[in-house]
Design a protein around this ligand. Sequence first.
Ligand code: EPZ
Length: 428
Amino acid sequence: MKNLAIWGGRPLSGKVYCDGAKNAALPVLAGALLMDKSTILEVPDLADVRTMVALLRAIGANVRRSQGEISVSSPGSLICEAPYDLVRKMRASFLVMGPLLVRCGKASIPLPGGCAIGQRPVDLHLKGFEAMGAHIAIDKGFVHASAPNLRGAQIYLDIPSVGATENIMMAACLAIGETIIDNAAQEPEVVDLANFLNSAGARINGAGTSRIRITGVKRLLGTTYTIIPDRIEAATYLIAGAITLGNVCVGNIIPLHLKPVLAKLQECGFSIIEGNKSVEINAPFRAQPVNIKTLPYPGFPTDVQAPFVSLCSLGQGTSIISETVFENRFAHAEELRRMGAKIRIEGANAVIEGVPNLTGATVQASDLRAGAALCLAALAAQGVSYVTGLEHVERGYAGFAAKLRSLGARIAVFDEAIEQASGFTARG
Ligand code: EPZ
């Protein structure tokens, strides 16, 4: 288990640059299975990306990686079964179902389990595939789907699910006829996937709105595509600047994608300077109280909820943050309370009474955004904190410790195995 030691109380300042978006890279890599060859640029170096690359190779695609460039070719026949050990590690593995189903006529993918933030069912993905003519059977923890000829259909999503929208959209690209997805997810990462597929010859209209229309084509050609920057990573570093009362600029971003987060940071009283591809935050004082409700895009992103709870923990007054997307995404509150935060969970609401100081403690990351939130709190706390479970954070933040260090943070990475072997421990 890798841990972070963080000595808090130092205002961060300087500039960091975002990597490509994890939540764009993963569906785009799955979408690469729909075409003979593609090259994807600006892919972040993350554990989840390495898992997706391993999965593509396991189902027969040739994948070459050099720095942020990944080339995928799958001209031959693919293996239509995804290995359990990879799907277990990363739910986004389920995104290969649509491409495999439409290319091979069948697919067997382990049913992704729940995770720390909720049950995370895939019923809407399967509803879409069934509407397109697939036969679905669930047996011994696997979803077996078969459809010799997937046909276009009109599909209404009860929830604007990002993954279901992406999976169905990918299958529809090569299905026979037209597919309409109503109540589709509108996230920028969904639009990025549609742009990637269209650049290879797909015919997708309406991505970014609640109705996406896809006209199936016979085959997709190759393409070279650059994915969008990571808006969640950007929000995390802006909040790092705010929580430490510093002055941080985040480069290589699309400010429009951060609109709900920037609006809330301005409500907190911080000065926000938007550039063409950057945003700068200046935080001379603690956050004013705010009320936030997480919602599907263009609402406030659920992935920024945990970092914002940390920010409000050190704010002035009482803030209320409602989590409407996932049913169990307040695990960080318990850990923040161990640092002195005053947070009450009332159903889907976190009621946060701001305190002037947090104190360093040993805290446990339960998922990548909760882990990042605990690190942000540690950066502002008095004394040293140990955040265990860095593996969670590294799933979504490339070079996390190094980027924070470049902003002036005093942070060290410890590998518990080495600590035990050497008898040295960071807590000593
Ligand atoms: C994507 O997950 C992101 N992951 C998540 O980011 C993000 O939090 C989420 O979208 C919401 O924005 C990737 O893109 C790889 P959903 P996804 O399907 O697609 C329910 C991170 O930290 N639902 O939009 O799994 C579901 O339970 C991760 O980077 C169903 O009920 O999210 C949830 O309550 C965490 N049935 C809600 O919809 C379904 O078939 C939204 O889930 C599918 C989803």
